[in-house]
Design a protein around this ligand. Structure first.
Ligand SMILES: [Fe+2]
Length: 366
């Protein structure tokens, strides 16, 4: 086993205010990275700026991060941080602003690099420290050394490595209380996808499975409620957030596998929300795991007090119909994308081109 997870996480109500000393230790100037209005609406931005003002830390806000953030926005944000002479970056939001903040922290110390230079994974300087404040329960980015960024060709590509762990992550479940039902469902099912995929990665080990199993068992009840159309209670919000962190820790060890990689295509082509896009392929992962590792699958899911049938039904109840329409010929044309693909190879057992074709046919009801 090779276990490494260098991220400090502080959670609970009032966690940002309680972290003031640690935030102030990163320097005197800060770039805040966020999306549109969610960080303001949930109160996280006000809490962060209150700490910065109280400690006399100068700040600038870069709030141009869109869902599925582009590498161009990371370069722009990085150059802004460099001009502002920021000592550190604070990302506030769901997965998109958090992932973007990690790459903006890198770009800030390497502002001469364009998109290609950043993706080269060879940079003259290490990134600035990044503080991440999570406002949704799903991404797990708070605990991973990964940032998924859309390249100039519109394809999602991961940055990963030790440079992409947060210097400090802060989670206050209060911030998730203003998240609407549909986003809560999509991010919640993303957390479940992380836990499930982690269990069925060839890279899984005792620690990752323990984290993922605990995450799955915590998610079952609040996700069942969401599937019935109910907004989570504050207690359920807290459970969802904690489980999303466990999922993040699990994939920090294993990475994700087949469903995430197929899901990226749906998001790139139709804008399907990330969690829903991955969820569409989770029942196929469970079925595949049952066929190639039946005993392991039963044991793992039993530990989470569930089984493949119950989980698949829950995921289907949470997942809207896909908007993508493909003919058989169009499907055939995109299949090479998953040949020699690391995420496919990492999935338990073996997934051939025929398997991937069948998984797509089933997901799109072809
Ligand atoms: Fe995800």
């Amino acid at each position: 086993m090779d276990f490494y997870l260098p991220a400090r996480l502080i959670t609970g109500r009032g966690a940002v205010a309680r972290s003031a000393d640690r935030i102030a230790a990163f320097g005197d100037r800060c770039l805040i990275v966020t999306g549109g209005s969610a960080a303001r609406k949930c109160g996280a931005l006000d809490d962060v700026t209150a700490v910065l003002e109280e400690r006399g830390i100068a700040y600038k806000i870069y709030d141009a991060i869109q869902p599925n953030p582009s590498i161009a926005s990371c370069v722009e944000g990085g150059r802004l941080a460099a001009r502002f002479q920021a000592d550190f970056v604070i990302g506030i939001g769901g997965g998109s602003p958090l992932d973007a903040a990690k790459v903006i922290a890198l770009s800030a110390r390497n502002p001469e690099l364009d998109a290609e230079g950043l993706y080269s994974m060879q940079w003259p300087n290490p990134p600035l420290p990044a503080v991440l404040v999570g406002t949704t329960a799903g991404t797990g980015s708070e605990m991973t050394g990964v940032a998924v960024i859309t390249d100039t060709a519109g394809r999602k590509h991961s940055f990963h490595g030790e440079s992409f762990y947060a210097a400090l992550s802060i989670g206050d479940p209060r911030y998730t209380e203003s998240v609407p039902l549909r986003v809560t469902a999509s991010t919640g099912v993303d957390a479940l996808a992380h836990c499930l995929e982690s269990c069925f990665c060839k890279t899984a080990n005792e620690i990752s499975v323990a984290l993922a199993v605990q995450g799955i068992s915590m998610l079952l009840q609040p996700l069942s409620n969401i599937a019935k159309g109910n907004l989570p209670t504050p207690v359920e919000r807290e459970i969802l957030y904690q489980a999303s962190i466990l999922g993040g820790m699990a994939i920090s060890i294993t990475g994700t596998c087949m469903p995430h990689n197929l899901g990226y295509y749906l998001t790139e082509t139709c804008g399907t929300p990330h969690g829903f896009a991955c969820a569409l392929f989770e029942p196929a992962l469970l079925r595949h795991a049952q066929s190639c590792a039946p005993q392991y699958t039963v044991q793992v899911l039993e530990k989470a007090d569930t089984d493949a049938a119950e989980l698949s039904a829950l995921i289907r109840a949470l997942t809207p119909e896909p908007e993508l329409r493909l003919s058989e010929e169009e499907l055939e044309a995109i299949l090479p994308r998953w040949e020699n693909n690391a995420s496919i190879r990492k999935t338990v057992g073996e997934l051939t081109k025929d398997h991937i074709r069948e998984i797509w046919r089933e997901a799109l009801s072809l």
